[in-house]
Design a protein around this ligand. Structure first.
Ligand code: GPW
Length: 838
């Protein structure tokens, strides 16, 4: 290997202009970037140009840390987490980087001295929406915590050209627009074309004997696609560690055109190029559902193969043998989307690097850890064997071989148990044959975890019961967490200042220090400030609603909010049943003294999920009636906020009084929005599902509005042939709600509009809305009563924030590092230039 030449250039000046943090240096750098990067002078510059100039100014200040981090990891051959995820829902980068660099206030001042406004510039950023919801956002929070805890890590994923669609509303229905997030350029990424790799697809395999007379297999692909890495810096909170998110973009290989081109088939050649680039074109917009599409499998093998080849490149460059792969890297599989990695690493080791099967299998099994994120049966990934073999002929052989050894292992431990063999096989042979990705992930991993205590328990008892019996030692729980940097410091500056004034700022890195707030609960002036901050945040959100929805909402009313992907199991429509119940009560008794509420919804429906889209139409239709009925006045308002994304989320959590976490028990693996709300002082109304259970344990049952069946009761009720019709018949308020919907009272007299939804509730009610209705209504009455006693409410709100320490993603990541990864933290010193040139 070549040694790099000693750097000859004088870098001292570069250092100062590009790392200096004084207000004067920041201003100079900003204007310099406006001129040299954007090519604009102030009179012609747009707000977006100013945003770009500031983003480059901040990026320059990350680079020294980034390079020092990479240099240190290389020198020390640090053990590294490779976090493989099909989604990283990063949200806007500028504000977060300012916070983590510790220069937010200084930059605000510099920008103001230039006659600009920082909030306006922050607002220019198109967020990278490379994820659907909780799973993708969790990956982003975990990158933040790994950097903050100084854990060497690489995030690996796909650089989708189009992220999650933009949601519009037309006549109350969701409409989708493509998300052209790269249109104006992305200042945060650096392409690394020199580290591009090739991925094979299709074709066939053939056996041959190598020079030593060993039986080998070679794969002759039909197509080869090039993967180009794009790197984004992930800076830890007020620390030098700056890790990397490496996203792969698909390109046709250089030679794409020559054969077809020479034979005169120019358009055929271009077609081939287009089809290659399709691989990273668009994010599949499904949450908790697998559509089983061929292109999705191609995306999975594409980013997994690129990432594993990249890890092998890093290993070999550090002069480590392949036998040390699992010492150098631990590869975390974010659900089964990257689970093909188990077969791909075997292929790379055995076919491409000539390692014997048994040794390769030892390396592989010691390299992967698998996180399951759902109990929804429709989310379990299975690929038709036919499709799988067409695209990945060699991987199918490898899966069969792994299965052969694995089923021998099962038979040895459980003799004469044919049913068990059929259930555990990597191949589902009950009808059309499928490759089962969760089974592959379980067999190929040394650790398997769920994302909340109940979820892990249900995995062990239910979905992965057979694997739990075979490998009990692999199973463990890692309750999710979220980053307080983005979801408190950045999004709720008013609260942050109050907390810092009261208990100091150590809570940002040690969220359990929020406990210190408990003594302030007795301080009336502190409670007053707490209330005023919530009011100010609600006022800001009311201004947003006025501007975007043209609806006037009262900041004094109770802000009752449900924001998350739209799903029947999440039960947004249960909240609608409550709204209609209150509406009916007001119609029957116009002078009824109720607690004024503003009901807020936000969330996207998968474009092909008709029932979810109908739920959006239901919300907007109920809003139209309720908001415009003079009998209601200002006592109830219903608002659907379009295009819920990370940016909007950051405006919403700080303004919430009540957090709706109402999934049917046993269905939401964890939930993470529940944590973001409670940290910002919202009280939760929720079921005993996912992490709600642990939140309630932490904040205390007296500070949580519980309702509904438990997971065990749900199971029992379903087993005893549940009949929603009986609930409808025997509950007069519920009956009136449904009858009004049936009559078309919320659909301009059209009784057909909501019929699919009503029929489904009356005849199956798969998610037991009717069974939980009465209990929910009663819990909501307790909420209304509590809100009327402002002092009591504020105390509960403070205690929620004070007791949320457990739900920092720092706690989650510390547990992953200690129990699964065994990754020591690595301190980063800023390098001098001499060291960089070594
Ligand atoms: F189906 N989750 C998600 F497990 O947001 F893959 N999208 C998904 O496709 C899946 C899970 C998958 C969510 C869970 O629904 C949520 O309960 C959990 O908090 C989150 O993943 C992070 O673990």
């Amino acid at each position: 290997m070549q040694t790099a030449p000693k750097l000859q250039i004088e870098t001292a000046r570069v250092e100062d202009d590009r790392t200096g943090l004084s207000i004067e240096t920041l201003k100079r750098a900003f204007l310099d970037n406006l001129f040299y990067i954007q090519g604009k002078f102030p009179r012609l510059a747009t707000q977006h140009d100013y945003y770009m100039a500031l983003a480059y100014t901040v990026r320059d200040r990350l680079l020294q840390r980034w390079i020092s981090t990479a240099a240190t990891y290389t020198e020390q051959s640090s053990r590294t987490v490779a976090y493989l995820s099909a989604e990283f829902l990063m949200g806007p980068q500028l504000g977060n980087n300012l916070i983590n660099l510790g220069i937010y206030d200084r930059v605000q001042q510099a920008i103001e001295e230039l006659g600009l406004n920082l909030d306006t510039l922050l607002d220019q950023e198109e967020e990278p929406g490379l994820g659907n919801g909780g799973l993708g956002r969790l990956a982003a929070c975990y990158l933040d915590s790994m950097a903050t805890l100084e854990i060497p890590s690489l995030g690996y994923g796909i650089r989708y050209e189009f992220g999650i669609f933009k949601q519009g509303l037309q006549n109350g229905w969701q409409v989708e627009f493509t998300d052209k997030w790269l249109r104006l350029g992305n200042p945060w990424e650096i392409p690394r074309p020199d580290w591009a790799v090739q991925v094979k697809l299709g074709g066939y395999t053939e056996a041959y004997l190598d020079a030593n007379g060993h039986y080998r297999v070679r794969w002759i692909p039909r197509q080869v696609v090039k993967g180009v890495p794009y790197d984004t810096p992930i800076l830890g909170y007020q620390i030098n560690t700056c890790n990397t998110l490496r996203l792969w973009s698909a390109q046709a290989p250089e030679s794409f055109d020559f054969e077809a081109f020479n034979s005169g088939d120019y358009l055929g050649a271009v077609q081939e190029k287009i089809s290659s680039e399709n691989l990273s074109k668009v994010l599949y917009p499904n949450d908790n559902v697998s559509q089983g599409k061929q292109l999705r499998l191609a995306q999975q093998i594409f980013f997994v193969s690129c990432s594993l080849q990249d890890m092998i490149r890093i290993l070999l460059r550090q002069k480590l043998p392949l036998s040390e792969f699992s010492q150098k890297f631990t590869v975390q599989l974010n659900d089964t989307h990257p689970a093909i990695a188990v077969a791909e690493l075997m292929r790379l080791l055995v076919d491409e690097h000539g390692i014997a099967w048994d040794q390769a299998w030892d390396i592989t099994r010691n390299s992967f850890a698998y996180t399951n994120h759902t109990l929804m049966p429709e989310a379990l990934e299975r690929w038709p064997v036919e499709m799988f073999g067409q695209m990945l002929p060699r991987h199918l052989e490898i899966v069969y071989e792994i299965n052969h050894h694995f089923l021998d292992e099962v038979r040895a431990k459980f003799p004469d148990d044919g049913d068990r063999i059929r259930r555990m096989s990597l191949i589902d042979e009950s009808g059309e044959r499928f490759v089962r990705m969760a089974n592959l992930a379980c067999v190929g991993s040394y650790a398997i975890n769920g994302v909340a205590a109940l979820h892990t328990e249900l995995l062990q008892k239910d979905v992965l019961h057979d694997f739990y019996q075979l490998y009990p030692e692999k199973f463990n729980n890692k309750t999710n967490g979220v980053t307080p940097r983005r979801f408190m410091v950045l999004s709720n500056p008013r609260l942050t200042h109050l907390l810092n004034d009261t208990i100091g700022d150590s809570w940002v890195q040690h969220l359990d220090h929020l406990q210190k707030l408990e003594t302030s609960v007795e301080d009336a002036s502190f409670r007053q400030r707490w209330w005023e901050i919530k009011q100010a945040n609600k006022h800001d959100l009311a201004t947003y609603i006025q501007a975007h929805n043209g609806i006037t909402v009262d900041p004094e009313s109770l802000f009752d909010i449900q924001v998350k992907r739209i799903h029947e199991y999440k039960r947004q429509h249960l909240m609608v049943l409550h709204i209609i119940t209150l509406y009916n009560r007001l119609k029957a008794n116009p002078n009824l003294d109720i607690t004024p509420r503003t009901f807020l919804f936000g969330g996207k429906a998968a474009p092909g999920y008709m029932m979810a889209k109908l739920i959006i139409k239901l919300i907007t239709s109920v809003a139209d009636v309720v908001n415009n009925d003079p009998a209601v006045g200002d006592r109830l308002k219903v608002v659907f906020l379009k295009n819920f994304n990370v940016k909007l989320a950051q405006h919403i959590y700080p303004a919430a009084d009540l957090s709706e976490q109402v999934s049917m028990a046993g269905k939401e693996a964890s939930g993470t929005g529940n944590m973001k709300f409670a940290m910002n002082g919202a009280l939760t109304i929720g079921t005993l599902d996912g992490a709600n259970i642990e939140i309630r344990e932490e904040v205390g049952p007296e500070n949580f509005f519980l309702f509904g069946l438990t997971a065990a009761e749900v199971k029992a009720l379903k087993a005893s042939s549940y009949n929603p019709w009986n609930y409808y018949q025997s509950n007069p308020e519920l009956k009136e709600v449904i009858d009004r919907l049936k009559a078309g009272d919320f659909s301009g007299g059209n009784p057909d509009l909501f019929r699919p939804l009503i029929d489904s509730l009356l005849s199956w009610d798969n998610y037991l809305l009717f069974a939980d209705y009465q209990s929910y209504i009663e819990a909501q009455e307790k909420v209304s009563q509590a809100y009327r006693d402002r002092d009591r409410w504020v105390r509960m709100s403070i205690l929620n924030t004070a007791r949320m320490g457990k739900f920092s993603s720092d706690r989650s990541i510390a547990e992953y590092a200690a129990d699964i990864w065994q990754t020591p933290s690595v301190k980063i010193e800023l390098t001098d230039n001499a060291r960089l040139s070594r």
